[in-house]
Design a protein around this ligand. Structure first.
Ligand code: FES
Length: 115
């Protein structure tokens, strides 16, 4: 189980339990199930509307996360990551703080999601 806290200045923070490890359990799906108004459009990693900032908030070691080509392309287009930063994240085996909610699979870690 992971605790996912959604935070937005216009809404009350909401923390939900997520079953980690399911390949279909994207952050966007969890948000929709819990009526959290994360924006979205394509739901396929192409439009960038579901951009969120994700911070790990538990004591575990951070785990690297491989961004798909689609997600890398959109995050670069949005000016959130450069190719150098993406390369460095791979070298350091660290996750990107910027993610697309429709592409991010929730793992067994507690996270703060700013949307
Ligand atoms: Fe379009 Fe996530 S909804 S990239």
């Amino acid at each position: 189980m992971a605790l996912v806290t959604f935070s937005n200045p216009d809404y009350k923070d909401k923390t939900v339990y997520a079953v980690a490890g399911s390949h279909t359990e994207t952050l966007l799906k969890i948000a929709k199930e819990n009526k959290i108004p994360v924006q979205f459009d394509c739901q396929d990693g192409e439009c960038g509307h579901c951009l969120v900032r994700v911070t790990s908030v538990d004591d575990k070691d951070r785990m690297g996360y491989f961004l798909t080509d689609k997600e890398q392309t959109v995050l670069k287009e949005l000016g959130k990551l450069t190719q150098e930063q993406i390369d460095q994240l791979h070298v350091d085996d660290m996750p990107s703080e910027w993610r697309l909610a429709c592409q991010m699979i929730v793992r067994d870690e507690d996270v703060l999601v700013e949307y």
